[in-house]
Every structure is written in C-alpha cells, then in structure tokens.
Design a binder for this molecule. Structure first.
Ligand code: GLY
Length: 347
C-alpha cells in the first residue's frame, strides 16, 4: 500500500504541525513499505527489463555490481531510451554528454565519470575507473581517452530521432533568429530521465549504479547528480543503497542518496528515509523553482533498498513508479509521494 507523505502524517497525532513546507517533521511511527525475500533488485521504471536480467545473474552467482551494470546496459544501448547512453537527448550544442557512477558494497569502492562523449556505456567506464585506477572520478576528454585506453569503442551517440528533437528545440528558442520552425505541431521533448538500479544478494551484499544523458539541452559541460557519489547513488554494505532520477540540481544540494542510506542506518524504513529526503529537497529549493502554492516545478524520484530486503520508491508527485524483481518476477510498482498530482503547479 502506498501513502502520500501527508496522508501518513495526518494519520498520526503528532506530526501534522510539522507538515508545512520546508519543515522536517519527526515521524511518529513506521511508514508502510515493501519487503522481498533476497535477492532483490530495484530500479527506476525504465529498468523493468534490466531488473530481471540483474536478478537472474545474481541468482546465478554473479557479483551484484556486475549484475546491475548488465541491467542498466540494456537502457544505455537502447537507442529508443532518450534519457540514457546511445540516443540520449544532447546538450545545447547537439552533443550527447553522459554521466554515471557506481558503488560496490562488499569492497567499499566507487567509480564515476562525468561529461563523457562517444561511449555508450558510461556505467562500465565508471566501473573501469573504480577497478583500474586509484581515483574515483574522471571527466570530459580525459575520461574519453581513458575509456579508449581501456578498450571501449567510440561511436556517434546522437541518433537521428534525438538530432531531430534537438533541431526542433533549437529552432523554437528564439522566434527572431535565423532558424525556422519546421514542425510546430510536434511537442518538444525534455528529460531529466536516467536509470538507477540497486541490488542486494542472498548474502546481504549491496551495490548501486546510476547512468544518464542528463538534462536535455543542458549547458555544455553540465554535470548532474548521477555521477556524484552520495547524490545520484550511494551504497553501504552494512545498511543498503539508494539512488535517484529527475532534476539532478535539486538532489545534489541534499546529497539525496547518502542521506537516504544514513536515514536507514538510523532506523527508518526505505520509504520513510526517502520521504525525508524529498522533504529536504523541497526545503532546499530556490523560490524560482516553486509554484505559487510552494510545490516544486520539477520531478525528482528516489529509490532505496535495505539489505534486509525492504525497498521503496518515492516521488515528489503522485504517479511515480519504479521497477522491482525478486522471486515473484519483474514488476512495476507505485511510488509513495509527497504531493497529490492535483497540486502540481501549471508552468
Ligand atoms: N538525474 C539526472 C540529471 O539530472 O542529470
């Protein structure tokens, strides 16, 4: 069963006073949540194919990080997923720049890559940085050079569909410029979409990975939350893992994945932990990104898994979903949320 944060709060006697925007009320009781027998894999909902691949590999004995990276590779290599890897929507210059990071719980290691061009699987590049260097993060041209040295193949990541979307966006930027609108009737796409995946195996080992093409039409060089360890994903083998999709700028300021894991460490359920994180996000949001009703103008979704098999997805607004796979098979589940869909401000 999924509750909005405020439905939960109004069901408790003590918490309603704290429900005002920007405050972080103390929870009076355990929020409801989900629990699976181990192993379990969760992801953003675009990972519905990947969670099954990862789960099968974990059951076959593969390491949790290798398994979830194989899971997210499906989206990275899918030209139709315009939020990740090959076919991702490009930056303002029409160049696809990718971010990714990963963490391996049992060995307490992390790897990250930012602003990577021409290589479709930044999750694997992040893991190569973790496996083959004394560093955690490489960016830009030098990250690309490193990947080539590690044997990754380069390719043009801008698909024809994404190039057409970019041209449309560019043509409509300024009615006075020399770029003509060629198809006003086609909606301009925008995404901060991403894939995050987290897993716990039967022995309680945990891993996490997040990979993205970032915010569509971003300023070249922009890095979002996905490659920031502690924001886009985080795992601690003694607790669990968390990650996010959506507006990275909002998440970076609260180190959302780290905060979620720390909240679980302090005893909150995954759902309680993520609701706390989303509240912190809203409390830290600048006014220009809030509607007149104080609700955010953006989407941000979080996913968390506890090493005991409890898991949750939480969104700013009603309507969010996430993917999970356990022995019952892969399925999409409804996320808990902070605000009703009807509260979403018109832009
Ligand atoms: N969460 C993906 C991004 O903002 O880049």
């Amino acid at each position: 069963m999924t509750f909005s944060r405020r439905e939960f709060l109004t069901s408790t006697a003590t918490a309603t006073a704290g429900a005002a925007l920007g405050s972080v009320p103390a929870l009076a009781a355990e929020a409801p949540g989900h629990k699976a027998a181990l192993p379990v894999v969760i992801a953003s909902s675009n990972g519905i194919r990947g969670v099954k691949v990862a789960w099968d590999r974990i059951v076959a004995g593969e390491d949790t990080l290798d398994a979830i990276i194989a899971g997210v590779n499906i989206q990275e290599l899918d030209p139709d997923d315009q939020s990740v890897g090959l076919g991702g929507l490009p930056n303002a210059d029409g160049v696809v720049q990718l971010d990714a990071s990963c963490m391996h719980g049992p060995t307490r290691r992390a790897g990250s890559v930012g602003c990577l061009e021409d290589i479709a699987t930044p999750s694997l590049v992040a893991k190569a940085i973790m496996d083959y260097t004394d560093h955690i993060m490489l960016v830009g041209d030098d990250a690309r050079k490193f990947a080539i040295q590690m044997g990754f193949k380069t390719q043009n990541l801008l698909t024809e569909k994404s190039r057409q979307d970019w041209l449309r966006w560019k043509a409509r930027l300024n009615p006075g410029d020399a770029w003509l609108n060629h198809d006003d009737d086609v909606k301009i796409k925008f995404t901060t979409g991403t894939i995050n995946m987290n897993a716990v195996n039967a022995g309680g080992d945990v891993s996490s990975v997040t990979t993205t093409s970032g915010m569509a039409w971003k300023v070249p060089g922009r890095v979002g939350d996905s490659p920031i360890i502690g924001a886009g994903q985080y795992c601690d083998n003694t607790v669990g893992a968390a990650g996010s999709t959506g507006r990275g700028e909002a998440n970076i300021k609260v180190c959302g994945a780290f905060l979620a894991v720390e909240q679980m460490r302090m005893g909150k359920s995954p759902e309680q932990a993520l609701l706390h994180v989303v509240e912190r996000v809203i409390a830290m949001t600048e006014k220009r990104l809030l509607g007149d009703n104080g609700r955010p103008l953006f989407d941000l979704d979080f996913y968390a898994i506890h090493k005991d098999g409890r898991f949750a997805g939480v969104s700013c607004y009603e309507g969010g979903t996430f993917a999970v796979c356990d022995s019952a098979g892969p399925r999409v589940m409804t996320s808990a949320y902070l605000y009703k869909a009807s509260e979403r401000p018109r832009r």
